[in-house]
Design a protein around this ligand. Structure first.
Ligand code: 2DT
Length: 212
């Protein structure tokens, strides 16, 4: 179906532990797709620019303390406040490369001991990604990469726990890329997978909702 009115952007999510390369790779993907003439934007969660995002940012940098459930719901609210803009972008034909999404939300909070189903509940009804790519790196390897910053979750023991919850969340639709490979190799694989996805969405694949 090549009807122009069916053309929409793709919602592509990059997930992975801290230092797995998500941020560098999302920048490269955006330049690549732009170069091919596809409208595309780079997004990330948490979006620290909103009012909710500022509370999250203060929590992550240890400037404030919040109950685990409270911060979980703030992360979710931060996605809800961007939902309508996200939908509008996709409908207008702009693809979004999103650095972290609901999977980070569930994996990080579950790793603290919250019930996984409870963690998923507030995500229900958010837009479902057309593609989830997981940049797979052993926590020990990630920790060796130039060290973590000083934020709350950037500790090896905690990251090991998070990795286990990512595994529980993943399903057959996820594309898993070995993120220990040289950056250029990861980039090449990502470009292929992402371009396929952008093309298939432009052909009129409907947008669906979480939780799948
Ligand atoms: P970065 O900004 O460096 O990616 O770190 N997180 C993120 C959660 O706990 N829940 C969420 O819903 C999201 C999106 C992962 C942000 C930190 O916040 C964690 C690392």
């Amino acid at each position: 179906n090549n009807n122009k009115s069916d053309t929409r952007g793709a919602l592509i999510v990059l997930e992975g532990l801290d230092r797995s390369g998500k941020t560098s790779q999302s920048g490269r993907l955006v330049s690549y797709l732009n170069g091919l003439g596809y409208p595309v934007e780079s997004w990330r969660f948490p979006d620290r620019d909103t009012a909710v995002g500022k509370m999250i940012s203060s929590y992550l940098s240890n400037q404030s303390q919040l109950d685990d459930h409270t911060i979980h719901l703030l992360f979710s609210a931060n996605r809800w406040e961007k939902r309508s803009l996200m939908e509008a972008k996709l409908k207008s034909g702009t693809s979004l490369i999103v650095d972290r999404y609901s999977y980070s939300g569930v994996a990080f909070s579950s790793a603290k001991g919250l019930d996984m189903e409870w963690c998923k509940a507030p995500e229900v009804g958010l837009l479902a990604p057309d593609l989830v790519v997981y940049l797979d790196i052993p926590p020990e390897k990630a920790a060796e990469r130039g060290g973590y910053g000083g934020e709350r979750y950037e500790k090896l023991e905690f990251q090991k726990n998070v990795a286990q919850y990512y595994k529980k969340l993943s399903d057959a639709s996820w594309k898993i890329i070995d993120a220990c490979q040289p950056m250029e190799d990861v980039e090449k694989l990502l470009k292929e997978i992402v371009l396929d996805c952008v093309k298939s969405c432009a052909n009129g694949k409907p947008v669906s909702q979480l939780w799948l």
